[in-house]
Write a protein that binds this ligand. Sequence first.
Ligand code: GUN
Ligand code: FE
Length: 430
Amino acid sequence: NNQTLLTGQVLTFDGNPFETAWDDCVHINSSGAVLLEGAKIAAVGDAAVLKADHPQARQVSYGQDLICPGFVDAHAHYPQTAMIASWGKRLIDWLNTYTFPEEARFGDPEYATAIAQRYLDLTAANGTTTIASFATIHPHSADALFAAAHKRGQSVVTGKTCMDRNAPDDLRDTAQSAYDDSKALINRWHGKGRAKYAITPRFSPTSTPEQLNALGALWAENPSCLMQTHLSEQPDEIEWVQGLYPDARDYLDTYESHGLLGARGLYGHAIHLTPREIDRLAEVQGRVIHCPTSNAFIGSGALDLPALAQRQIPLGLATDTGGGSSFSMLRTMAAAYEAAQHHGHALHAAQLMWLATAGSANSLHMSDEIGSLKAGNYADITVLDLKSTEAISQRANRSGSVWEDVFATIMLGDDRAIRETWIAGASRQS
Ligand code: GUN
Ligand code: FE
């Protein structure tokens, strides 16, 4: 028998808390249970009922801990694992000073494999079960992450990063080789087990129009692939893009006019958008991926997330490591809360948890696999200790609501709050 019954407090969604009142669509069952069968979730419900129906299932009791969907990090750079928290620069200087030299080390396939393993260990210890990550220019850097995730039964989205200008010699490809190498990786990995390929032009400044065109053509030929890139992160960057693409109406148009705008497109940051860009993203349902720790750390600005949610633009949440300053989606939710406060909005803990799980899963078009605890989804589960440190457990809970403890864990918690992480039905004890 391959059934396991997890009991505890269970977080479930039956709607989007940015479209409906959060307490109508986000629920915590204080005596809930999740039944795992192999790699998948077989049932979610009341502990007493599921226990009676499945007496033969192995039982794991989590008491008052919160059983959540595993966290989904919708934009990260696993090759930046070893240079996270690099001091003193803004975007372009930060890329040139710290990022590109570190990414050049991935010319060594053994280094790529070692970092991919370490990265998946670090993120699992932080409760993250799915990542959409950039690789480096080197095709084997995408192979390394795909292979490491595949071995763990873990879902991953990645792609070889493409750059054919404004990058060091050893980090440049060409329009043709970017197309050929990406295509070979798609054939090798896309749809193999839980792997999904994202065509990955780094951002408009590091691609020629020819390269963007080639990648747009590749996407049209492989429409089930995702496409990930960066959009409107810093004012200097936007100005640079205007100079490099004088005919473009705006930054988004540099993607749009080369076949790189679509619902399966993931646009990281998107802080400084024009009204036309917002309209177009809403129209095509392009995904905006919010990277709040990175936006604060590199000094990019505070995204007005609720304004984009109001336009029904699908949203994901992401660490953007190593521009982001943490591997933890809890820290990232806290930063999302703080960014929204800059715009006069107080996000509820239910909205933050939704963003980090179901919202991010939806941004990756993976809602029928991950992001919520429902039968048929993969058993990717994070168990949160809501009393993980003295600062949290000794804090006065004035409302008496469990949501107050969830919010305190978001604001004050870290990897110590991750009681356990399950990936495809297997525990990766943290
Ligand atoms: N824009 C282009 N490349 C990057 C990157 O690696 N990190 C961030 N934060 N922004 C980028
Ligand atoms: Fe990024």
